[in-house]
Design a protein around this ligand. Structure first.
Ligand SMILES: [Zn+2]
Length: 355
């Protein structure tokens, strides 16, 4: 099923009280007027995303905001998880910029850094990287060694959204990606409630990301999405063209950081936010050489990070040993769902700091 899809209800108005509570978010870069959206979106089962959030009594437990004392009569907050995939982001270059929203998440959660564990035949590329993030298993299991996806084993090792749809079909899942290949190859499975990608002609670096962010913020604001994966590509495209040491890559990082601010703002603006408990996870698929380019085994090409904030995840902690397989495990744990046995990762809420 293909066609334009608008989120039911569109963008909800923000109350004055929320506006007062969100000055930093609303002033962030990237909150300007929306660009035109000459996109083609593919969506599946959009009706599953319709409907308003349940009205529960207030209980805020997102670590990005102060947590009030729970009252005995409060129902448990509804867990929600947003995974943001940023293509080809070298975290050392992020930390060379202000990146206010990235740093906000670092303060609120656990920041792990490390290197891709590339086997002999695994490229430090998007195919294996996102396949590992999505499936929560290592390449020798999911079978994606390079961007051809030849040998993929997504039926045996599906993405975490698909697994969640199977284990708990009532969950609303969404995947919004700038890289259509993730949908076409089944790296994101067909059971996922809401799929979207961008198709722009002529192709313009970065324009697709703006569309993707619009779609994701619309979904967060106006649907009852429980678990979402989104993927942005501008950082990788710019790194290939201009390397990671100059102003172009810095600009791409600042753009993406502004997008993070918009996403956090959309989460906080949810009508049911007070009765929800959100976890935000940000990660990348691979690094880049200083001059741009990846696929090989040099440390810069294999540099990755995993940043997560949410209930139970240690706050303000930095540690080494980042593993992409830990993303899916963290998603399950944050939703209170036991880890499927075949997953290779550990939840960041259960890994104790080592530094
Ligand atoms: Zn690349």
């Amino acid at each position: 099923m293909t066609g334009r899809h608008r989120v039911p209800g569109g963008v909800l108005p923000v109350s004055p009280a929320l506006l007062l509570a969100l000055p930093m978010v609303l002033l962030a870069a990237g909150c300007g007027p929306r660009p035109g959206t000459p996109d083609v979106l593919a969506s599946r089962r959009p009706s599953a995303m319709a409907g308003s959030a349940p009205s529960l009594s207030p209980h805020v437990s997102m670590t990005l905001v102060p947590t009030p004392e729970p009252t005995p009569s409060s129902p448990p907050p509804r867990p929600k998880v947003l995974v943001v995939g940023l293509d080809g982001v070298r975290y050392d270059r992020v930390l060379a910029t202000k990146a206010v929203h990235f740093r906000q998440l670092m303060r609120a959660g656990t920041f792990t850094t490390g290197y891709l564990d590339v086997l002999e035949k695994v490229h430090s590329s998007s195919g294996p990287g996102w396949s590992t993030v999505l499936t929560g298993v290592t390449p020798d299991k999911h079978g994606v060694y390079n961007n051809s996806f030849v040998g993929r084993q997504f039926t045996k090792y599906p993405d975490f959204l698909t697994r969640l749809e199977t284990i708990r079909p009532s969950l609303h899942t969404a995947a919004v990606t700038a890289w259509r290949y993730l949908l076409d190859t089944g790296a994101v499975g067909a059971l996922v409630d809401w799929h979207a990608t961008g198709q722009l002609k002529p192709y313009e670096v970065g324009a697709k990301d703006a569309v993707i962010v619009d779609r994701m913020t619309d979904l967060i604001r106006a649907s009852d999405v429980d678990v979402a994966f989104m993927h942005l590509e501008v950082t990788d495209a710019v790194a290939h063209r201009a390397g990671v040491l100059g102003p172009d890559y810095r600009g791409a990082i600042e753009t993406v950081d502004g997008y993070l601010g918009r996403l956090f703002g959309a989460v906080r603006a949810r009508p049911a936010f007070a009765s929800e408990s959100w976890t935000i996870i940000v990660t990348t698929d691979h690094g880049h050489k200083d001059e741009g380019g990846h696929g090989g085994v040099t440390p810069h090409e294999r540099m990755i990070f995993l940043l997560a904030a949410g209930p139970g995840i240690p706050q303000g902690v930095r540690r080494q040993g980042a593993r992409q397989v830990d993303v899916a495990a963290t998603v399950f744990t944050q939703l209170g769902i036991p880890l499927p046995e075949s997953l290779d990762g550990k939840s960041l809420s259960t890994i104790r700091p080592i530094e």
